[in-house]
Design a protein around this ligand. Structure first.
Ligand code: C5P
Length: 201
């Protein structure tokens, strides 16, 4: 049996944490689709065109240490606006979504484009300031030399680009459940997601 949980939303809203917790709870496989775009973007640093980078993406490209950096996030959002790049990554994501045993995919277009027939769709969001604060603490822990003001500007730029692009823009699917994590603990957000999914199984 396949069962797809689609989790979309802007950067640093809590999608990753919720996705991992939900996957562990239900024993589903998890794919962080942002990593595909980050790895594609990182390959362009070595001179490859974005389209060639996406078409030649290997599992080993997803293990690079530098994929979580702010630069990789910006590069990801630039290559993600190119239709041929997205097209090159569709089949892998759709096959993952329909693997036996259940799958959680998190990204920007999972409920709208990759898996429009997902059994459960969540759209996880939070205010810009809250998201910037969370991402700032993550980057600080990772040793990046950056201010919270820069992180906020970076998030806003990336969200604006992701929402404005013509192909697969960031937006909630019509049938997505909204979870706003601005004033919610991560435990409460995870519990809400688990309850929604349990009701559909
Ligand atoms: O989720 P994460 O911040 O790692 O995503 C990095 C970038 O990859 C996003 O800003 C977005 O441009 C792109 N992305 C996308 N579609 C997805 C996942 C990520 O366009 N499904």
């Amino acid at each position: 049996m396949s069962f797809c949980v689609a989790i979309d939303g802007p950067a640093a809203a809590g999608k990753g944490t919720i996705s991992r917790a939900v996957a562990a709870h239900f024993g589903f496989a998890h794919l962080d689709t942002g990593l595909l775009y980050r790895a594609t973007g990182a390959k362009t640093f070595e001179g490859l065109s974005a389209i060639d980078a996406a078409r030649s993406l290997q599992a080993s490209d997803l293990d690079r240490d530098d994929l979580r950096s702010g630069d990789a996030g910006q590069a990801a959002s630039r290559v993600a606006a190119i239709p041929e790049v997205r097209e090159a990554l569709v089949d892998f994501q759709r096959a993952f979504a329909r693997r036996l045993g259940g799958a959680v995919l998190d990204g920007r277009d999972i409920g709208t484009v990759i898996c429009p027939d997902a059994e459960v769709k969540l759209y996880v969001t939070a205010s810009d300031e809250i998201r910037a604060g969370r991402r700032y603490r993550e980057l600080q822990t990772a040793g990046e030399d950056i201010t919270q003001t820069q992180v906020l500007a970076d998030l806003r730029e990336r969200d604006a680009r992701d929402s404005a692009r013509a192909t697969a823009p960031l937006k909630p699917a019509d049938d997505a459940h909204l979870i706003d994590t601005s004033d919610m603990s991560i435990e409460a957000a995870v519990a809400q997601a688990i309850a929604l999914i349990a009701g559909k199984i």
